[in-house]
Design a protein around this ligand. Structure first.
Ligand code: SF4
Ligand code: SF4
Length: 444
């Protein structure tokens, strides 16, 4: 395949091949956990997927299919259900792009995407800088292009994505654990290494490709040809859209991507001897199964930590990560409240998050619940004698923007941030990031 094929054309070729391969059997719709909460239980599955194919061709299709596309939480059940060479989750993402294209011209799509990208960059920068000094920002690949443990090419690139930087203790623990295991890596991430999802969502495919390709080229630096990724959204964007399109353009993939939990469970033999301290705790795992194997890896790792008793709350697991359930807000609220109730009834000490987005959304509930909200890496770290303070949770638990800004005054001054703008970001990006309200209210 010659490189004069544009990114957008390469994506379209893949879409067309999948549209041709789809038999309209409807198994993907039957397997989808979004169908019932989206009010589509009575729609014929074959018609729903048929309408998606119409949208992909013409940008328009029946209401049920449009609704399904918008209600996708990226759980990936459809991928597991499909027997053909089709990725229905990717097709739904492209159906949303086709709808955006039909609705808005390129200049307004590009404008929307740029606004979102700027907003993301600002929120990540502010929420990170109010918590971290320059030294730690550099360690996370911010402030300078990246940080390397050696001058030689690293064994792996650790790709943070953007949003985990808001809860930096999670990313730092991942690095601390890799250090302890003697893994040589280079950290990259943040908005300067955008995966392109922010541009893809409003339908600016070409710009998404440019951003993603630029990041792929920066990430192609490890000796092993492996990139370890933290963020599931970046992982899906790269592995299901950007890398396959680039492969068509260039004839080869520059690297493979491995989610951090799957990487870590692959190193369990090396990790286990470091898990020396008991972490006596009854705990339950908050699950999002969108990336195959991650929750299973998380559970295996937790069962290896001495002292932890894992309790199954028997709650449904869906969505790529917490934030992806926001397309079905009422359903998300019900799931969360049901999980809290089950957790209370089970008498657990802690609810364990894996990804950053649910950690941000859930952590302040610790105020109202008789159990803690902790990230999995905190528990692994405890057992290894590694600790990182969850400053994000500490700040969010204050539930008062003025108090938070005052508490961060030193770092706000050090990074020359505008305190009023920082306060706005705290209100919108931290305190309002609360899909299920706290019991006794609270807020800015
Ligand atoms: S995407 Fe797969 S499961 Fe869905 S209708 Fe087409 S062939 Fe069937
Ligand atoms: S990814 Fe999940 S939510 Fe999205 S369509 Fe597939 S099964 Fe449904």
């Amino acid at each position: 395949m010659s490189s004069d094929v544009s990114f957008e054309a390469a994506v379209e070729m893949r879409v067309n091949e999948m549209v041709d391969a789809c038999t309209r059997c409807g198994k993907c719709v039957e397997a989808c956990p979004s169908v019932t909460p989206a009010g589509l239980a009575d729609a014929a599955p074959q018609d729903v997927i048929g309408g998606i194919l119409d949208i992909l061709r013409d940008g328009d299709g029946p209401e049920a299919s449009r609704k399904w596309a918008q209600a996708c939480t990226l759980s990936g059940e459809c991928i597991r259900a499909c027997d053909e060479a089709v990725n229905p989750r990717f097709l739904l993402a492209m159906a949303r792009v086709a709808m955006a294209k039909a609705k808005n011209d390129l200049s307004s799509r590009r404008k929307q995407a740029l606004e979102k990208y700027r907003e993301l960059g600002r929120d990540v920068a502010v929420l990170t800088q109010i918590q971290l000094n320059d030294e730690v920002l550099v360690r996370l690949g911010q402030k300078s292009a990246s940080v390397s443990t050696t001058t030689e090419p690293p064994d792996f690139v650790f790709y943070t994505g953007c949003n985990v930087l808001k809860t930096p203790h999670i990313a730092l623990l991942a690095l601390d654990i890799m250090d302890r295991l003697g893994i040589r890596y280079q950290v990259m991430g943040g908005p300067s290494h955008c995966c392109g999802i922010v541009h893809m969502r409003p339908g600016d495919v070409e710009m998404s490709g440019r951003m993603g390709t630029n990041s792929v080229d920066k990430l192609s630096q490890s000796k092993s040809g492996q990139v370890i990724s933290w963020c599931p959204s970046c992982y899906v964007q790269f592995t299901e859209t950007t890398l396959p399109a680039l492969e068509r353009q260039r004839g080869a993939r520059p690297f493979e991507m491995t989610p951090f939990m799957r990487f870590l469970v692959g190193k369990l033999d090396r990790l286990t001897p470091h898990l020396t301290r008991r972490v006596p705790m009854r705990a339950a795992l908050h699950r999002h199964p969108g990336v195959a194997g991650v929750m299973e890896a998380a559970e295996t790792i937790l069962r290896t930590v001495p002292g932890i008793t894992l309790v199954d709350l028997n709650q449904p697991a869906l969505g790529l990560q917490g934030v992806n359930l926001s397309v079905l807000p009422q359903f998300k609220r019900e799931l969360t409240l049901n999980e809290f109730q089950a957790a209370r009834e089970a008498g657990i000490d802690a609810l364990i998050t894996v990804y950053h987005s649910e950690h941000r959304e859930l952590c302040a509930h610790e105020r109202d619940q008789p159990f803690r909200i902790v990230n999995l890496l905190e528990l692994v770290g405890m057992s290894m004698g590694l600790g990182r303070h969850d400053r994000y949770k500490e700040l969010k638990l204050m539930q008062d923007a003025d108090q938070i800004v005052a508490d961060c005054a030193d770092l706000i001054a050090k990074h020359a941030l505008d305190a009023a703008k920082a306060r706005e970001v705290v209100i919108k990006g931290m305190l309002a990031d609360q899909p299920v309200p706290l019991r006794s209210g609270g807020g800015p």
